[in-house]
Design a protein around this ligand. Structure first.
Ligand code: ADP
Ligand code: MG
Ligand code: MG
Length: 339
């Protein structure tokens, strides 16, 4: 083909890409990936950017748009999703990243599968759960965390990864009721054979409400990878508590409450959290009604073993997974007996 032919083809392609949008959607005519996506609806706005639902070759996708001042999170998240063997049914599916310019501003895009039910936080605010739904959420979420935490050896292996921002807003709910873990902007990786600990040069730290006591009192050993995994488990224990409050037993469930809701203000400071979690040693309270329910009693014991003050006695993610699997098994048995 001639150069002229190429440019005609290019114009034709661009025309066909832009004309398919309909309904006045903001259309982005950019480089590779971004160029193929039309944004439809803003589904989340934060201090660090926006999340949009968009279309990519007719498929609904989520587009996380980072402000250029948060390039560190974008490049970290892109790096983590580019890790070999990261793909897993309990990890948010990654499509690609792009650096694009729109209205002459640099925009950093991260494109993933879209989940219409949104975050676990949104889901728990909307619905109550039966035992089966609760177990599905907890088991799938811990499967995702085990996959992250586990190093896979070999030339095509995967490093161990600690998330560092585990919370119900960073776990998404799929249509089938299982969860995926998302938001890897703060993750750290570790390879045992080299002892190489890769803490991203990211000035942002995790969410204060979910910070483990050793982060709040600054005794955490930042050179030790396991320390980050233990902090993930602490936060995971708080998520289990959020989920169990919404789990029905004898027709009753508690209203949604964030961890330490009522004990700290809505956007708690580091000092607020430090006082409640470290000085006063407080943890979320276990409602009395849970203790009339074998499964919720087991869940209460499990979460306490996750949010223990001493990080080294907390359960590993693999241990949490095994305990949850056992609880799910006996819960299933109990409900068979009832019928
Ligand atoms: P941030 O780093 O700004 O917290 P997140 O990746 O956590 O960004 O996304 C922010 C919010 O956007 C999530 O809490 C969730 O409500 C929504 N969201 C993010 N990704 C998706 C997705 N793939 N599908 C549906 N909702 C999503
Ligand atoms: Mg988030
Ligand atoms: Mg984030």
């Amino acid at each position: 083909a001639t150069a002229a032919g190429d440019s005609t083809l290019r114009e034709y392609l661009e025309h066909s890409l832009t004309s398919g949008s309909g309904s006045g959607l903001p259309l982005l005519i950019q480089r590779t990936l971004a160029k193929q996506i039309s944004l439809a609806e803003c589904i989340g706005k934060g201090r660090y950017g926006e999340v949009w639902q968009g279309y990519w070759h007719g498929e609904r996708v989520a587009v996380k748009i980072f402000f250029s001042r948060d390039e560190a999170s974008w490049s970290r998240e892109t790096q983590i999703y580019s890790t070999v063997l990261i793909r897993h049914e309990s990890i948010l599916g990654y499509i690609g990243s792009d650096m694009t310019s729109r209205n002459s501003c640099t925009q950093l895009w991260l494109v993933t599968h879209y989940h219409q039910l949104g975050s676990l936080y949104d889901h728990l605010n909307r619905v109550t759960l039966n035992h089966h739904q609760m177990m599905k959420i907890c088991l799938s979420a811990i499967n995702g965390l085990v996959h992250l935490h586990t190093e896979i050896f070999g030339t095509q292996g995967k490093p161990a990864i600690a998330h560092r921002d585990i919370k119900s807003k960073n776990i998404l709910v799929k249509d089938n009721g299982c969860c995926v873990i998302a938001d890897f902007g703060l993750a750290v990786t570790h390879v045992q054979s080299t002892g190489e600990l890769d803490v991203a040069p990211n000035p942002r730290v995790g969410t204060k409400r979910y910070m483990a006591p050793e982060i709040l009192d600054e005794t955490i050993n930042m050179d030790c990878f396991e320390a980050f995994q233990r902090a993930d488990i602490y936060a995971f224990g708080l998520v289990l508590w959020e989920v169990c409050r919404r789990t029905m037993s004898y027709g009753i469930a508690e209203d949604y409450l964030p961890p330490f809701g009522g004990l700290v203000p809505s956007d708690p400071s580091f000092e607020d959290m430090k006082k409640v979690v470290c000085s006063d040693g407080q943890r979320p309270t276990i409602p009395n009604r849970w203790l009339c329910d074998e499964t919720l009693t087991g869940m209460a014991k499990l979460m306490k073993e996750c949010w223990h003050h001493k990080s080294h006695v907390r359960l590993s993610s693999l241990r949490v997974k095994k305990t949850l699997a056992k609880l799910a098994q006996s819960d299933y048995q109990i409900h068979l007996d009832v019928e």
